[in-house]
Design a protein around this ligand. Structure first.
Ligand SMILES: Cc1cc2nc3c(=O)[nH]c(=O)nc-3n(C[C@H](O)[C@H](O)[C@H](O)COP(=O)(O)OP(=O)(O)OC[C@H]3O[C@@H](n4cnc5c(N)ncnc54)[C@H](O)[C@@H]3O)c2cc1C
Length: 384
């Protein structure tokens, strides 16, 4: 099977990326999501919270993305309506980035033009540390919905029993709380604790590691994740990485980081699809008046959409007043139809004069030009 766009992974980032693709007008048949899980993308944090509660229990379809951020709930029918192929219960076991091919455990081949890697993390297991008895029965982990179902079954089967929770991070603490609500006698332990504890069930929450193994040796990695630029573009052409797997430049801290948080998964997915699509659309439809010109020895560029609304503004070597003006134009994104109105605002006069001078020209910007334009003058990457 061949698709224009493939999102590998069917978690939080995949769901938010799919919504953004739909917003940008992806055509039926162009996009596929390939996921190991059997269900459409959902808000993973629910698994360690209401999913385990005895009352007020959360179950799908209640927490499909994008309800976690107050958005529309994307049910499986939504993907069908949009012509997005949801290829579920399908684990990709081989990725060949050079030939743009993915191969599933069942031997199916999927070709793509552009790939979004959204494989998230996997849990660290006691077997990873060579802990004695790590493969015993009734040891549970929690990452995916089938593991949550197994845990729910065990909670029911061992009613009012004893539980040991290994790991005191936020997932460990949430699991302890959920087990207490279920009337379990819970002990929290850390890995190096030498005591012997009896338990009906053991739940391990000792952290995760990003799922990058499919791409080892084919893509640049850093800090355990797949290295991207601030547009979540990796070192391989036409390959993006979002969510837990991405190590990206976080301008707020001026360093490259990986973030395992749901909000980052949502925003990075949206950002990757949005900017990339802007670039495609800009190359196809957008209008950049004469691309460059000089105002008082500064270089300025303004990007307009088809309705001649300003969607981006770039200024190099501007005076403080010009910098102020360009920042305001980028923020306000005025329609150029109202240039007169623009010119009445002292701050924007210079830009209005520029636009008046160059309107009528036409130029096709390169992807790098567009990057510059879209991100100039903005402080943090999420805003740009
Ligand atoms: C129990 C739990 C509770 C959490 N609670 C919070 C919270 O309260 N707040 C917070 O900020 N964050 C929380 N997180 C973290 C948050 O859920 C993650 O940061 C977020 O889900 C990352 O999104 P993602 O899309 O990158 O990865 P995921 O949501 O993990 O999605 C990855 C997807 O890729 C699929 N996949 C992986 N490899 C393959 C393959 N080879 N083939 C096919 N499919 C594949 C997986 O099956 C999965 O569907 C929690 C995580 C867990 C596990």
């Amino acid at each position: 099977m061949a698709f224009k766009y493939v999102i590998l992974g069917g978690g939080v980032a995949a769901g938010y990326a799919a919504r953004e693709f739909a917003n940008q007008g992806v055509k039926p048949g162009e996009l596929a999501i390939i996921s190991k899980e059997a269900v459409a993308p959902y808000e993973r944090p629910a698994l360690s919270k209401a999913y385990l509660f005895p009352e007020g229990t959360a179950r799908l379809p209640g927490f499909h993305v994008c309800v976690g951020s107050g958005g529309e709930r994307l049910l499986p029918e939504w993907y069908t309506e949009k012509g997005i192929s949801l290829i579920l219960s399908t684990e990709i076991v081989k990725a060949d980035l050079a030939s743009k091919t993915l191969i599933s455990a069942a031997g199916e081949t999927y070709k793509y033009q552009t790939l979004v890697i959204a494989t998230g993390s996997t849990v660290i297991r006691l077997t990873d540390f060579g802990v004695h008895g790590a493969d015993a029965k009734n040891i549970f982990y929690l990452r995916e919905i089938d593991e949550a179902d197994e845990l729910v079954e065990a909670i029911k089967a061992k009613k009012n029993g004893k539980a040991v929770v290994v790991g005191g991070g936020y997932i460990g603490l949430e699991l302890s709380a959920a087990l207490r609500i279920n009337n379990f006698d819970v002990t929290d332990v850390k890995l190096k604790d030498g005591r012997v504890l009896e338990a009906d069930i053991v739940v391990v929450g000792v952290g995760g590691k990003p799922l990058t193994t499919l791409f080892k040796g084919q893509i640049e990695e850093e800090k355990g994740g797949i290295k991207t630029d601030s547009f979540f573009k990796t070192s391989v052409p036409d390959v993006y990485a979002v969510g837990d797997v991405a190590t990206f430049p976080m301008k707020l801290y001026d360093e490259i980081r990986r973030v395992e948080h749901v909000d980052h998964a949502r925003k990075s997915a949206e950002q990757a699809v949005k900017v990339w699509d802007d670039i495609l659309r800009l190359n196809n439809n957008f209008y950049v008046p004469n691309s460059q010109t000089n105002i008082s020895n500064s270089q300025v560029r303004i990007v307009l959409d088809q309705r001649r609304k300003v969607v981006g503004a770039f200024l190099e070597s501007g005076t403080p007043d010009e910098n102020k003006a360009i920042a305001k134009v980028a923020r306000v994104q005025p329609p150029v139809e109202s240039l007169d109105q623009l010119a009445t605002e002292a701050e924007m006069k210079v830009i209005a004069a520029y636009l008046l001078a160059v309107l009528g020209g036409n130029a096709s910007p390169s992807a790098d030009d567009v990057k510059d334009i879209l991100c100039s003058g903005k402080k943090y990457f999420y805003d740009c």
